[in-house]
Design a protein around this ligand. Structure first.
Ligand SMILES: Cc1cc2nc3c(=O)[nH]c(=O)nc-3n(C[C@H](O)[C@H](O)[C@H](O)COP(=O)(O)OP(=O)(O)OC[C@H]3O[C@@H](n4cnc5c(N)ncnc54)[C@H](O)[C@@H]3O)c2cc1C
Length: 493
């Protein structure tokens, strides 16, 4: 028997780590402050409607296959590749760009705005693809033990990619394409990282390669929460116990080892090994009391966008909505460079609509739609007051109504709104930042909060704010890296 392990947090990173550790013989328990498992990969139910709370698709599906082999469990859910991937429309125009994975069909969408689109896109993706495979091999799947180790690893990435560190995603697209629409649409990937194409390094054009060429995007049959439900079943089989409404607030140590964490009710949680799935930067600041991660120091770091989300159960079927839809304005550069610092009014917001009932009819009553709307907004450092949330919700509802021609307001059966304060409080997200720490070059690899604690030998971290980064596939890789590290260091635990 390997000993007792406690995982703090039941996000995807925590659940995957718990199962990997159980397979290695650990007696595992999970403690979670929220009322149910999943973290940001959660679900919301209201009046017969079921909504994915945040993630609505994922890339790099093979990381889930690798996980089930390591944890020796059955695939806990069924996923389906998306094609088309999503649609994009601009305000003031009826035109909808449908983003197909098939490059011939995609080229048809841009025939009139971008001459020779297919060849240009092939070249753009070939370049991004080379970088992706280099980064995947040398950086993403590696644990770094020191800054020097990281630098050595970086030198193994082909030097021809170096300009992409200083160039932005937008500048990179500028080198291949002339059309405003093409550049805007294929720079949206920067928002998936919680940032903007005007301050995200061009290395992240690898995301265009992952969406269009590599493994594409995938949706889960029955809704994204099936991932969590499937994992919970596997955990039950493995004898892993979960305790909810349990917030860890302090620790007890002896020498270089943590003896126990304590929750807000004073209960002690003892174990031989601890893995923290709470935000790796915030937890170090608030629970471990590390000066480097004090709130003022955290505030100086780069954090990803905050979500303003709305969940609408609507009577009737809405024509003109696909599964994943982006609704944009026409002042893209101005909007995206100013929105995150609250320097532009939110009266013409850019937003994403997920009409899940098109794909998963069981998520809404017969003849109804369940809409999940995500609008990226400033985090609580820049906009702490959300007393205007109903105003913003109304603007978005009016805008969807105008763009689809369907009277949403008169047909709403249920409506739930979550602003950045809610997101902060539900899952302990610093200033309501949705995706965790940002990914500028000085916040990745060895510069990111490590998955091994700086002081205690039996304390590790997993999830979006440690290595390699945010998003469901990265978090799955994070759980592998953390457990690899535990495997290698188990002699010293
Ligand atoms: C609106 C939105 C949309 C997104 N869309 C996508 C998408 O389409 N595709 C994609 O791949 N990714 C998406 N993401 C990102 C993805 O959700 C995250 O990267 C991922 O779910 C993070 O998982 P995690 O395990 O690192 O952390 P979390 O899911 O945050 O889990 C951490 C858990 O720790 C708990 N916790 C924190 N502190 C404590 C404490 N002190 N004591 C006890 N428990 C604690 C929290 O309550 C939480 O449950 C989206 C995120 C958001 C917010």
């Amino acid at each position: 028997m390997a000993g007792k392990a406690i995982v703090i947090g039941s996000g995807l990173g925590g659940l995957a780590t718990a199962l990997r550790l159980a397979r290695r013989g650990y007696h595992v328990e999970v403690v979670e402050q929220y009322r149910q498992a999943g973290g940001r990969l959660n679900q919301l139910e209201s009046k017969g409607f079921t909504f994915d709370m945040a993630p609505t698709f994922f890339s790099m599906s093979y990381v889930f296959r690798e996980f089930i082999e390591d944890a020796r469990i059955e695939m806990p859910f069924r996923f389906v590749e998306l094609d088309p991937l999503y649609t994009v429309s601009f305000s003031g125009s009826d035109r909808r760009y449908i983003i197909y994975k098939d490059l011939d069909r995609l080229a048809d969408q841009f025939r009139d705005v971008e001459p020779d689109f297919r060849n240009k896109m092939e070249r753009f993706l070939a370049d991004a693809g080379k970088l992706f495979h280099d980064v995947d091999r040398q950086i993403l799947n590696k644990n770094f033990h020191s800054l020097a180790d990281f630098v050595v690893q970086m030198t193994k990435v082909d030097v021809r990619h170096t300009p992409k560190i200083v160039r932005t995603v937008w500048k990179e697209l500028d080198r291949y394409f002339i059309s405003y629409e093409v550049k805007v649409i294929f720079s949206l990937v920067a928002f998936f990282l919680g940032s903007t194409p005007f301050d995200t390094p061009a290395v992240y054009s690898i995301l265009s390669y992952t969406e269009l060429k590599h493994d594409g995007y995938h949706n889960v049959e029955g809704g994204m929460y099936r991932i969590v439900e499937g994992m919970l079943k596997a955990m039950e089989k493995a004898g892993i116990k979960l305790s909810f409404n349990t917030e860890i607030v302090s620790y007890e140590a002896e020498g270089k080892k943590i003896r126990a964490f304590t929750d807000s009710n004073g209960k002690r949680w003892e174990a031989d090994l601890f893995v923290v799935n709470a935000d790796a930067a915030l937890f170090r600041g608030t629970v471990m009391r590390r000066e480097k991660y004090s709130i003022p120091r955290l505030d100086k770091m780069q954090w990803t966008l905050a979500p303003f989300t709305m969940y609408l159960g609507v009577k009737g079927k809405i024509e003109g909505l696909d599964h994943h839809n982006y609704f944009l304005g026409t002042d893209y550069r101005d909007y995206s460079t100013r929105i995150f610092r609250n320097r532009i009014k939110l009266d013409s917001p850019y937003y994403y609509v997920n009409a899940n009932s098109n794909f998963n009819p069981g998520c809404a009553p017969e003849g109804c739609e369940n809409l999940f709307i995500l609008c990226p907004v400033p985090d609580l450092r820049y906009k702490p007051d959300w007393s205007d949330r109903e105003w913003l919700a109304d603007i978005i509802i009016e805008d969807i109504t105008a763009r689809t021609g369907f009277d949403i307001r008169s047909n709403i059966i249920t409506k739930v709104v979550l602003d950045p304060v809610d997101w902060q409080n539900m899952f302990a997200l610093h200033r309501g930042s949705g995706l965790g720490l940002g990914h500028k070059i000085t916040q990745v690899g060895a510069f990111r909060p490590a998955n091994k604690d700086e002081v205690f030998s039996n304390l590790y971290y997993v999830g979006a704010s440690t290595v390699p980064g945010t998003g469901l596939p990265m978090v799955m890789i994070s759980s592998r890296l953390t457990v690899e590290r535990i495997d290698n260091e188990s002699g010293i635990l």
